[in-house]
Design a protein around this ligand. Structure first.
Ligand code: TXA
Ligand code: MG
Length: 393
């Protein structure tokens, strides 16, 4: 396995990075962009610095951090005997640098504040040029969880980090919107068969195609194998997560049975939401948000409108003459799960900032990036509705 070429930063960026690197070497924490979500970084070899991350985020003490490297050389230097387990060779060749985190036997170099009692350490080699340049400028691995307050949706913009952590951290580097928008895939290749502990930016379908990963296991909602009921997962997955203040309701995607692909489900999910709004209106709820994935591209283009607000007298099933507000935020179409992934956390945060009582999320199928999207939505939702029945979680 050989290292890719290093990234090179422009002079202005270099000054910013040098400032950030100095803070990190001094044991401070810094918000940084990555291709998945914004991370809150600290020197991975410094236990006191790691504790600052837990404080700033109010993170549970038993939830270990991912260590980020900018070269395989840096990774080897942290591993026992400087050896990368052969099981990872093809995965690394194909998906590093990128949104993939791998578990390695824990090295004594990494403080327990980072691994939190696990026998393994999770490592990622990010592809974002700023992240890579920052790690290289520090010349040491950086521990970084997502840069949100614990329990909130992960940040995909620098402003999200500020919303959560302003006054608690000295610096955030603004790298614009994260291109994946959802966290990395966590793979444990030390167990047999290998398992995806957290679905993310590299999909199950992609991993399954990699040599040695043909039998990789992953938990899906409708997984039939009884053994997977005790699905292996990360310590972090047991926490309620990605939750804004408003109640989140998942409107399950039901694949249309035959001929009329798409359109039927589309209107099915939307009209179910309108019915539900009618009910909640009786309970005195007035403001609603919908994260939409079932709209025709001509009517609502995710790249143009941003969001649209419907108030007053609409012509839908909802009687809008009673003053209710329905704010729709287009995530992208269900057929393009990578678009939905990029916008999901931004959409949750946007609707929350609008002080809605309830956020409906139109679910998508658990294929490709859809698996990670639905994993996050299920974590955020307090209940799920389907066209058949309402199912309480
Ligand atoms: O894309 C990402 O992975 C982002 C960016 C910033 O790199 N980071 C991120 O970190 O999502 P965080 O802390 O939000 O999620 C890390 C997940 C948690 O579920 C944690 O429990 C799990 O990785 N994890 C960390 N070390 C582990 C280990 N040794 N074994 C199993 N799971 C581990
Ligand atoms: Mg997180």
């Amino acid at each position: 396995l050989e290292d890719p070429h290093p990234t090179i930063a422009l002079p202005h960026t270099r000054r910013v990075l040098e400032h950030a690197a100095q803070l990190l070497r001094d044991g401070q924490v810094v918000g940084m962009p990555t291709e998945t979500v914004y991370g809150l970084a600290s020197n991975a070899l410094d236990s006191a610095a790691a504790q600052r991350i837990f404080q700033a985020k109010n993170r549970p003490q038993d939830n270990p951090l991912i260590v980020h490297v900018s070269s395989l050389k840096m990774l080897r230097s942290m591993l026992k005997d400087n050896q990368i387990p052969p099981v990872y060779a093809e995965l690394i060749r194909t998906y590093w640098p990128g949104p993939l985190t791998l578990l390695f036997p824990r090295s004594t170099l990494i403080p327990n504040e980072i691994t939190c009692g696990q026998a393994t350490v999770a490592v990622r080699f990010p592809s974002h040029p700023i992240t890579r340049a920052l790690i290289t400028a520090c010349d040491r691995p950086l521990a970084a969880p997502s840069a949100n307050s614990s329990g909130k949706p992960s940040p995909t913009l620098a402003s999200h980090v500020m919303d959560d952590l302003k006054g608690k951290i000295p610096m955030v580097i603004d790298g614009g919107q994260c291109s994946f928008g959802i966290e990395s895939t966590v793979v444990d290749g030390l167990r047999s068969p290998p398992a995806i502990l957290r679905p993310g930016g590299v999909t199950f379908e992609q991993i399954q195609k990699v040599k040695g990963m043909e039998h990789v296991q992953v938990y899906k909602k409708h997984f039939t194998d009884a053994a997977m009921e005790q699905a292996p997962t990360t310590p972090g997955m047991k926490y309620r997560h990605y939750s804004p203040e408003a109640e989140v309701v998942l409107v399950e995607f039901v694949r249309p049975s035959t001929a009329e692909q798409g359109s039927e489900t589309v209107s099915g999910q939307y009209s179910l939401i309108l019915q539900e709004i009618e009910k909640l209106k009786q309970e005195g709820k007035r403001r609603f948000g919908i994260l939409r994935t079932s709209f025709s591209s001509s009517a609502t283009d995710s790249h143009s409108s941003g969001n649209r607000e419907i108030t007053g007298n609409g012509d839908s099933a909802v009687d809008r003459s009673l003053d209710i507000d329905v704010i729709e935020f287009p995530l992208g179409q269900s057929s393009k799960p990578e678009d939905v992934a990029r916008e999901l956390f931004r959409g949750l945060r946007y609707l929350d900032s609008q002080n809605v009582d309830c956020i409906f999320v139109e679910g998508i199928s658990e294929e490709d990036e859809g698996l990670a999207v639905m994993n996050r939505v299920r974590k955020a939702a307090s209940r799920t509705i389907t066209s058949e029945a309402i199912e309480f979680l």
